[in-house]
Design a protein around this ligand. Structure first.
Ligand code: HSE
Length: 295
């Protein structure tokens, strides 16, 4: 039996559409063992697909197939804290768990870069799968099956508050974006994405509001997220350094000063008073990434 622990991720961070993501301290913990049949269960009694359609199983099987090893079945026990379809990388976490679990069961034939490439190829979002594996703040792009990536240290003065609604938004629906963009809009985002990476690293935190600005995806997605734009505005009014849609949404992430210990209380009061379908949770940046161990 092996246990894989994978963090949640918040992709895009406003300006870094499909290219920037950060790992957060909220985890899916998945146990896997070889078996002669498929036996999939959830520790918390949540519904999970119990046959070959299970994403963790499919990703594990893909590793066995790529390594030319037969697989007759797996025992998979899921303990998932990352909420599904909320823009917090739950499917990336399951993809990474399947790949890293199978890789460990096979004696680690894939090195770390091969795991990163396979996860992004299967999942399609290197901005989620790469920080899920490496932890921290990552810039990543997938080209011809290979992920070019860099993990950049995040300045120690910041924390994250995540506003999570009680409704879901499918990534597929949220990716119905314009097919072409204006040259001006491309420049708007690329300048901000570059500024974001530099500012998070150096601690030039006064840049973060401008650096998380975006005109490529958020303006189109806010219409799909009831109160999403209000939460971004209110999160900033409460003192956030920047706020944006997490991944494809619907969750919203606020970057806050670590020293602002009351921010989470103000955010929770905001939700209770004005946005009862939302809750606020404080999360640190995960610096470790996915881990796997034999039990
Ligand atoms: N970058 C992707 C998107 C992340 O915004 O659609 C999906 O989790």
């Amino acid at each position: 039996m092996v246990r894989v622990t994978v963090p949640a991720t918040s992709a895009n961070m406003g300006s870094g559409y499909d290219s920037i993501g950060i790992a957060l301290e909220l985890y899916n913990v998945i146990d896997l063992a070889e078996n002669d049949h498929i036996d999939i269960s959830d520790k918390n009694g949540q519904y999970v697909p119990q046959d070959e359609s299970n994403l963790i199983y499919q990703c594990a099987k893909r590793v066995y197939d790529e390594c030319g090893k037969p697989l007759s079945g797996l025992t998979i026990v899921e303990d998932c804290a990352i909420p599904q379809t909320r823009g917090l990388g739950s499917s990336s976490a399951c993809t990474v768990a399947g790949i890293m679990g199978a890789n460990m069961l096979l004696g680690e034939p894939l090195d770390r870069n091969a795991v990163i490439d396979l996860a992004a190829t299967i999942e399609g979002h290197p901005d989620n799968s790469t920080p899920a594996i490496l932890g921290g703040f990552c810039v990543a792009l997938l080209e011809n099956g290979h992920v070019h990536h860099v993990r950049v240290p995040v300045h120690g003065a910041i924390d994250f508050v995540v506003f999570i609604p009680d409704f879901q938004l499918s990534t597929e629906k949220a990716r119905a974006l314009p097919k072409t963009i204006d040259h001006h809009d491309a420049v708007y985002n690329l300048a901000r994405a570059a500024l974001l990476a530099g500012s998070l690293t150096t601690g030039k935190l006064e840049n973060l509001d401008a650096a998380t600005g975006d005109c490529l995806h958020q303006p189109y997605r806010f219409g799909l997220i009831e109160n999403g734009e209000d939460i971004v505005r209110e999160a900033k009014k409460l003192g956030a350094l920047g706020a944006f849609i997490s991944g494809a949404g619907p969750s919203i992430v606020a970057i806050v000063y670590k020293g602002d210990r009351d921010y989470i209380t103000r955010a929770q009061e905001l939700c209770e008073k004005l946005y009862p379908h939302w809750k606020a949770v404080q999360l640190r940046c995960d610096e470790v990434g996915a881990t796997v161990k034999r039990l």
